[in-house]
Design a protein around this ligand. Structure first.
Ligand code: ADP
Ligand code: MG
Length: 349
């Protein structure tokens, strides 16, 4: 056996480090869309316009009317670990913004051609532009007109990482993922107006909900009109938590778990504990192998839920999982009581 001389340890070149990090955050066009739109939401936007081409592989553009990025901050926005959203561990623990890791734009710009145009003023000529093409050059800032807000354009995703590019599916499949991501984001904020275009065709155009409107119009637009006719509305508060939304009647169940939306403080979440509580609540009203349809919003103190579990933030950890589980189960079980046959389990109590 030969012993090799060890290679020297080196700090990775920033571009390579970003490309490696991009592996976690940028799986496909839909992940880019999620990150860009979350930034637009965090910026306080009231209207978000999305333009896609070729299933996002050619173009993903997100235009918002939020607070914008100041000229001096533009190159920083593309740097790794650069964020305006938190400054300390204390702030991380109570974080209410969707982003906070300062990684998305750095990652995306290392695997695509990215352009950022932004304006923090009311003067439509007062915008600035920065471009990064696979992070080959130091980003340069130049004047560019833009109304207050930000446009981020991402072209040719994975153009410089052929191995990743090969994993892209057909345009139709990638658009399916993009539309699903859009659906989740649009369901997370009824107060924002949205436009989604693919290959120059308008696919969704959603007006913001009027004051006092609970969002039924949007739910119907995104899940089909039949859902609300076959759903129960609920809004329950207990133990410092609030659960509201719509749960489908057992008769409206599906063969696949493909219409299930669960939001924790406005963030779409996939969580085993949540899934378990919902499954238990439906257990005696659904046929085996059927899946309920639901759009549910859980609101609770950000300090009792950890969102920093994974770079994509699809997972969360509750400080008191038992309490959350019981609250979800009992709320849904009670709501579904209306349709539960009075049989086994309830008898003799
Ligand atoms: P994070 O969202 O975790 O802070 P990002 O890489 O997604 O990291 O963005 C970096 C920074 O760029 C953000 O903290 C924010 O200050 C700024 N930024 C990005 N997109 C927008 C936008 N659409 N509007 C305003 N600021 C933005
Ligand atoms: Mg972000």
């Amino acid at each position: 056996m030969t012993v090799e001389t060890p290679r020297r340890i080196r700090i990775l070149d920033p571009r390579l480090a970003n490309q490696i990090a991009a592996g976690e955050v940028v799986e496909r066009p839909a992940s880019v869309l999620k990150e860009l739109v979350e930034n637009a939401i965090d910026a306080g936007s009231r209207r978000i316009e999305i333009e896609l081409e070729a299933g996002g592989a050619r173009l993903i553009k997100v235009r918002d009317d939020g607070g914008g990025i100041a000229e001096d901050d533009l190159p920083l926005a593309l740097s790794r670990h650069a964020t305006s959203k938190i400054l300390s561990l204390e702030e991380l623990e109570g974080v209410a913004s969707l982003g906070f890791r300062g990684e998305a734009l750095a990652s995306i710009s290392s695997v695509a051609r990215l352009e950022l145009v932004s304006n923090v003023t009311d003067d439509p000529r007062g915008g600035w532009r920065v471009v990064a093409e696979g992070r080959q050059m130091e980003p340069r800032v130049s004047p560019a007109p833009h109304p207050r807000g930000t446009s981020v354009t991402v072209r040719d995703l994975f153009f410089n990482t052929p191995a990743r590019r090969k994993f892209l599916r057909t345009e139709k499949t990638e658009f399916g993922h993009l539309e699903e991501t859009f659906r989740r984001l649009a369901l997370s904020r009824y107060d924002i107006g949205w436009v989604l275009r693919h290959n120059q065709k308008t696919v969704h155009q959603l007006r913001p909900a009027a004051d006092g409107e609970a969002g039924e119009r949007r739910v119907s637009a995104l899940l089909g009109g039949k859902f609300l006719d076959n759903a129960l509305h609920l809004d329950i508060e207990a133990s410092g938590m609030r659960l509201w939304g719509w749960v489908g009647l057992p008769t409206h169940s599906r063969a696949q778990a493909d219409q299930q939306y669960f939001f924790v403080n406005g963030r779409v979440v996939r969580d085993r504990l949540v899934a378990h509580a919902i499954r238990q609540a439906y257990r005696d009203v659904l046929f085996h192998g059927r899946h309920p349809v639901f759009v549910l919003y859980l609101e609770l103190d950000p300090a009792v839920v950890d969102v920093n579990v994974h770079p994509t933030k699809h997972e969360v950890r509750f400080r008191d999982g038992r309490l959350v589980h019981d609250f979800l189960f009992s709320s849904l079980h009670r709501a579904l009581g209306e349709v539960r046959p009075e049989t086994a389990g309830e008898e003799g109590e």
